[in-house]
Design a protein around this ligand. Structure first.
Ligand code: PGA
Length: 257
């Protein structure tokens, strides 16, 4: 199988879990377990943990990021966090448009798009999440939804800017449910996303864009998912909460099965 120049990224998403004490024991354990890993190791954590973890990750191969941000530079937005604040805290990337933001907090692709522009301006790497619900899949709307979310979330982004972006395809029905897309289902959607990118931004942009799969990824299913040609990494929620299982996923190439 020919591999293009795309980076492999294994990203953990801690969501609203952990405090500084549990985060500390986690990184102490994780650092040696992933020190020789070939993929890039990303950890996306709650805002208050970013300053401590970005310090703790210095000199390691672990990259710390955030799970959301506001699109405005600054302003009267009680409870929100800006891209400059994330930068200041030590975040290097930010998840945008996670399905929990879209479906629990009502974020639209238009809002996500404004955030993507802001993140790029600030020098933060956006990890843009897209994916269909179970109902949309059953109605045969997967490609329509995924295409719309991609084109709207990335509207106005140049091919050059796209080089800093990561996409995470996360079927909503597979997130936190224990249901995983089959490797074949993941490959079909990933190849489709790449086609959409190719048509809109050209061959080169599509070729270097990492597209991660997310949705109930575990040590026992990661290998087959990662074998798919258009899967360039995974975004892991539940199984990233324990350093051991996250390290196994990072080191998936050495896992048996
Ligand atoms: P999960 O979450 O691995 O627990 O399904 C994935 C995600 O929400 O990014």
């Amino acid at each position: 199988m020919s591999r293009s120049p795309r980076q492999t990224v294994i990203a953990g998403n801690w969501k609203m879990y952990k405090t500084s004490a549990t985060a500390k024991s986690y990184v102490d354990k994780l650092v040696p377990l992933v020190a020789d890993a070939k993929p890039l190791v990303y950890l996306s954590v709650a805002f208050p943990l970013i300053p401590f973890l970005s310090q703790a990750a210095q000199g390691t191969n672990i990259v710390i990021g955030a799970q959301n941000m506001h699109d405005a530079e600054e302003g009267a937005f009680t409870g929100e966090v800006s891209s400059a604040m994330l930068n200041d805290a030590g975040a290097e990337f930010v998840i945008l448009g996670h399905s929990e933001r879209r479906h629990v907090f009502g974020e639209t692709s238009l809002f996500v798009n404004q955030k993507v522009h802001r993140a790029i301006k600030e020098g933060l790497q956006p990890m843009v999440c897209i994916g269909e619900t179970q109902q949309q899949r059953e109605q045969g709307l997967t490609e329509k939804i995924v295409k719309e979310q991609l084109l709207e979330s990335l509207d106005g982004i140049t091919a050059n800017q796209l080089e800093t972006v990561i996409i995470a395809y996360e079927p909503v029905w597979a997130i936190g449910t224990g249901l995983t897309a089959t490797p074949e289902q993941a490959q079909i959607s990933h190849a489709f996303c790449r086609d959409v990118i190719r048509s809109a931004w050209g061959f080169e942009a599509a070729d270097v864009l990492p597209i991660l799969y997310g949705g109930s990824v575990k040590p026992d299913n990661v290998r087959h998912i990662m074998e798919q040609e258009d899967v360039d990494g995974v975004l892991v929620g539940g199984a990233s909460l324990e350093a051991d299982s996250f390290a196994q996923i990072v080191n998936y190439q050495t896992l048996k099965g």
